[in-house]
Design a protein around this ligand. Structure first.
Ligand code: SAM
Length: 255
């Protein structure tokens, strides 16, 4: 017992010597503040009513989430997508690429009241870095009482991940698939080829970042998008034809 106590005191003293008391104090204060903001945000989300106006929801994320739920999206474009998807009241939803969780939040708000929502995101993944474990309670707070949320923290390209998605869906098919994960050409292609077969005949597949990207960027969604879009009934949501980056593509089966 004495040895353990002695060891703990020594470790604390070593840390203080290494980092300095001010830096440790600042870090602890920052963590407490983050935890406090998280608890407040979860509380506020739980109090939000169903069927709120989409602009209200976006304002909530941009202005009142203390930066914790800022979408990686162009506001005009995500608003248009939400209006379209809301009309089909999707029951089975899969999002590949969740990052801060903003789009996951928005999709849960426009989904059916008994929706099954699945998120696949790779911790530390490219194009956004995923999310830390401490955000799991926040993401779980997004659902209404009859909705279910499944957070799969794994590589979407792994066959085990596809199998995990299938086992959540059981024999059901996806009404809405949002692909916003690996934006490399091979990455987007693989996500599309692995997960779009899970879509229901009347379902919607949506790809983010279909607009031409800046030359130096590593985003190649537009190349893949232009190869496949003509095979489907498609819609492009791009705020400004001259913009570089962003843009949302929507695909439905041709009738
Ligand atoms: C652009 S962010 C998603 C943004 C989010 N949809 C939004 O609009 O707020 C891309 C996310 O994809 C994840 N990602 C990258 N490669 C992945 C992969 N192979 N499997 C799963 N997730 C991946 C990253 O970890 C990152 O969090």
């Amino acid at each position: 017992m004495f040895n353990i106590l002695n060891y703990s005191v020594k470790s604390i003293m070593d840390k203080i010597r290494e980092e300095g008391i001010t830096s440790i104090f600042k870090r602890t204060f920052h963590r407490i503040k983050k935890l406090f903001n998280l608890i407040i945000l979860i509380h506020r989300i739980k109090k939000l009513k169903p069927n709120l106006n989409l602009n209200f929801l976006l304002n909530f994320l941009y202005l009142e989430s203390k930066g914790m739920l800022i979408p990686f999206q162009n506001r005009y474009e995500i608003l248009k997508l939400l209006k379209i998807v809301k009309k089909i009241k999707p029951k089975f939803i899969l999002e590949i690429g969740t990052a801060k969780g903003a789009t996951l939040f928005l999709f849960s708000r426009i989904a059916a009241e008994d929706a099954v929502i699945i998120s696949v995101d790779l911790p530390g993944g490219n194009f956004g870095k995923g999310y830390p474990k401490w955000k799991i309670p926040l993401f779980k707070s997004f659902t209404f009482p009859k909705q279910k949320i499944n957070l799969i923290r794994a590589n979407s390209h792994a066959i085990e991940t596809l199998n995990r998605v299938k086992s959540v869906l059981k024999s059901n098919r996806l009404d809405f698939l949002f692909i916003d994960g690996d934006h490399s050409y091979e990455g987007i292609k693989k996500d599309f080829e692995m997960y779009s077969p899970l879509i229901d005949d009347n379902g919607i597949v949506s790809l983010h970042d279909i607009a031409d990207s800046p030359i130096e960027s590593k985003i190649f969604v537009s190349k893949f998008w232009n190869e496949i879009k003509e095979d489907y009934s498609y819609t492009e949501i791009i705020e400004d034809k001259n913009q570089k980056g962003a843009g949302i593509g929507i695909l439905k089966r041709k009738i």
